[in-house]
Design a protein. Structure first.
Length: 476
């Protein structure tokens, strides 16, 4: 047997279940051995004093997504996956967005063409359904699920994207029949339009009013409705980017009835608030995302959801637009209302350090839950486990080595994305990923890019859902 390609020596490994001292032998991109005194290797990485964790899996990111207007997303597959690697991630799941009238199969082909040869970390794709025609529902979608596109997002809001309840039911019905998972953006579209019109009539057009145009009740009502629709069809659902207690309680209530309803929250709901949207001039536009950041009580609720397991996954919802750019947030210069500020904020590289620092270092969650929330549960829920999301013999050698004591002031310059700002500029964190390895190849070490563009590959996924709203499963 040839020697290991790489041995990671002297570190403390943490998985979603255990923490232990052990070396890792890597051969042909896969974890070949866990043990001590592993013998010769072409490359030895000294991880003494460091944590050795499964690479982050970010199951909610938007890259190179068409917007349907003059705005342009700040990250393509190259810059987005590069930034992901700087933040300790080894796999990301962006969305293939179907445009109205477009064949879903064609949209998938277009995304593969954009990703091919450009990625630093591995990728797999969810679908976004905007046009659930009989052909899409009857032919294309079942065939795509069969091919490994086993999760799809539906929107209950956004111009041109929102589905009616009937359309949601039809999509959920396909998910049930095929064993796919439906991800729901839960906000009430008509209520948001009504409130937006009213705010504008009152001259309340600054970015701050993005929050009041989408209050908690708008999200809570839609969360309740999404879960009810899933119950009618009898299919599991994932409620994404949950921002507050009332929505979380809808999810918890469903879970306590034994329903397979998953919840996701994101960094912006832990460390930002509505006050961040209240900056001078248009500065608040930097924080416009949906649902909007809320208040401190909502932050506490989101922490409780992470602690209790109501939320199984912690994702970035990375949806980057440049700030000082007519194709980005300041598009609104000529159109003076918050209505025109593109929704979404960057966060692919800051997700893990923020949760590590605010969660693990401050004692809100332990290290094993951190791994579950940022990697293992994503792999399990979206059909990548056990190849991804853990450190085990036979798994891909997707590893992030962390310095748990390093103090870093977040600045956009560290993140290597395509945007021109980070909403977390100046935030002090403790703990930082110092090395990211994807299938045994080091991509980032000590803030330097060493891995090649194109190493990141598309990963085929399995179905993990039964297609039924049965008892909550395996996630931690
Ligand atoms: O504001 C957000 N979250 N933009 C990204 C698209 C979405 O709704 O996830
Ligand atoms: Zn969304
Ligand atoms: Zn999103």
């Amino acid at each position: 047997m040839k020697p290991f390609d790489t041995v990671i020596r002297g570190g403390t490994i943490a998985t979603a279940a255990d923490t232990f001292r052990c070396d890792i032998g890597i051969r042909d991109g896969v974890i070949a051995t866990l043990g001590h005194d592993l013998g010769p290797a072409e490359q030895v990485i000294d991880a003494s004093g460091k944590l050795v964790l499964p690479g982050g899996i970010d199951s909610h990111v938007h890259l190179a997504q068409p917007t349907g207007d003059e705005t342009v997303m700040a990250d393509d597959f190259e810059t987005g996956t590069r930034s992901a690697a700087f933040g300790g991630n080894t796999t990301v799941l962006p969305f293939v967005m179907q445009q109205k009238g477009q064949s879903l199969r064609q949209a998938v082909a277009d995304y593969h063409a954009l990703a091919e040869g450009n990625c630093y970390v591995d990728v797999s794709f969810h679908l976004i359904l905007t046009d659930p025609t009989p052909n899409v529902l009857g032919q294309e979608l079942p065939a795509l699920v069969e091919d490994g596109y086993t999760s799809f997002k539906v929107f209950m809001t956004y111009e041109g994207l929102a589905l009616s309840d009937r359309e949601m039911l039809e999509v959920m019905d396909v998910a049930r029949a095929t064993g796919a998972l439906v991800m729901v953006h839960a906000e009430n579209y008509d209520a948001i339009r009504f409130l937006t019109d009213r705010l504008e009539r009152a001259g309340k057009t600054a970015p701050y009013y993005h929050g009041p145009s989408r209050p908690i009740v708008v999200e809570r009502e839609a969360t309740h409705r999404a879960i009810s629709l899933a119950e009618i069809v009898d299919v599991p659902v994932m409620i994404v980017h949950v921002s507050n207690r009332e929505s979380m309680e809808e999810i918890r209530r469903a879970q306590s009835k034994g329903l397979k309803v998953y919840g996701e929250t994101c960094p912006q709901y832990l460390v930002l608030t509505e006050n961040d949207l209240d900056g001078l001039n248009m500065e608040g536009a930097k924080y416009v995302c949906s649902p909007p950041p809320r208040d401190e009580a909502s932050q506490i609720a989101c922490w409780e959801g992470l602690q209790s397991g109501t939320f199984s996954v912690f994702s970035s919802d990375h949806s980057p637009f440049r700030y000082n750019d007519p194709q980005g947030k300041l598009r609104a210069k000529g159109r003076t209302s918050f209505r025109w500020v593109p929704n979404g904020i960057p966060g692919i590289a800051t997700r893990l350090p923020i949760l590590f620092s605010e969660g693990v270092v401050k004692g809100r969650i332990d290290l094993n839950r951190f791994v579950a929330l940022t990697s293992t549960n994503h792999a399990k829920i979206y059909g990548l486990y056990p190849r991804k999301g853990t450190i085990a013999v036979g798994a891909d050698a997707d590893i992030a080595i962390w310095d748990p004591e390093r103090e870093v002031t977040i600045s956009h310059a560290l993140l290597k994305d395509g945007s021109d700002y980070t909403p977390y500029e100046g935030m002090r964190v403790t703990g930082w990923p110092v090395l990211t390895t994807v299938r045994g190849r080091t991509i980032v070490v000590e803030g330097s890019l060493v891995g090649g563009k194109g190493h990141g590959a598309y990963v085929q996924r399995q179905r993990t859902s039964t297609g039924r709203l049965a008892r909550k499963g395996y996630e931690q």
